[in-house]
Design a protein around this ligand. Sequence first.
Ligand code: IMP
Length: 425
Amino acid sequence: MSASIVLGTQWGDEGKGKVIDILASRADVVVRSQGGNNAGHTVANNGQTYKLRLIPSGILYKDTLCLIGAGVVLNPKDFLGEIEGMQARGISCDNLKIDPRAHIVLPWHIELDGLSEAFRGGKDIGTTRRGIGPAYMDKYERSGIRFYDLIHPEIFAEKARATGRLRNEIITKVFGGTPVDIEAMIEEYTEYGKRLAKYEGDVSVLTYEAQKAGKTILFEGAQATLLDIDYGTYPYVTSSHPVSGGVCTGTGVGPKMIDEIYGVAKAYTTRVGKGPFPTELFDSTGDYIRDKGGEYGTNTGRPRRIGWFDSVIMRHAVRVNGLTGIVVNKLDTLAGIDTLKICTAYKKADGTIITDFPPTLEGLEGCEPVYEEHKGFNDDISGCRSFEELPEVCREYIERLEELCECKIKMVGVGPDREQIIERD
Ligand code: IMP
């Protein structure tokens, strides 16, 4: 019996899917607590590749209960498409439950996401344009529509008319956009609600009962620490709380329930969208890592920005999340680079050295990474299954990261498959 969280420590796409899949195979319950279909996990399992957006990875195991918590924003149309896609491949979705409190992403959220990004001009955030920010705006403005409303047609129609009218005013009068046909939307989404009604379940209660019954629970994170609305590089962040605290509010569990908090990182750093990225590479080494590591968005296909491993942001992630262990993925991608760099601190414009990640964009401005250099490696490490099998330079690199991050590195990824992982405990 245990409860673990797996979350991202950098700007997302750290390969959480693989780690989650490994742990999901040992879990009875897998819970998603925040974000929406802006996330994209690729899971390679039994020679098959699955791209998951909202459905928890536990779905690949037929007896695992998969829960979508109150902190998630759910796009019903996309979600039904995901369910159908899984069913078409012979995966049952019968063990899926959605909290009635989870908010719904509606067409005006998607419209407003695109319009406000365009309105920001060159200062856009680079969102996934899935309507995530506007859906959370409605939630916090207390005019959102929740899963409970969606599956009760009369409540849904009444709330959709009230909210939709105002959203259309904003779409047309503020942005000059095309209004959403509210009645047609109500008709379409009422059908989605009918099909989804059977999945309703109180995730807080289900998780609590599962723990009392001695089950193993996994909370799977989406996005990552540096994209957290408070602890990320605001405003270049997502609108939810991908940090460990968000798991508690997003699923309705207390912090004392959690035993392990795994933070997933790459052996380098990537970011999609705009915003600061101190160790970003603009040279051929960056291109090499992008191509070798296949660093293109799962969901949007956007090329990812690439940089060296940054222990300043990692220490921030260790502190903010209370990590009990780190997983370093994609070490194999670094093979073939003569000299590897690790950022140990930042140097401010006035020459001061800082080791704590600045809380504001202004504090980050002018910060230059301070690097230490490590000898690279050429060996194919994709077949290594124990730490001892890794070449000495790789072991030294990992041990140094561990020292700088002030947290145990419990797993090292050496390839995309589930088996290509070295577990150190
Ligand atoms: P939004 O979540 O669509 O509002 O986008 C806000 C920022 O978060 C943008 O920079 C996105 O690229 C980034 N983002 C959102 N979801 C993910 C993810 O799953 N991986 C990486 N970046 C993400």
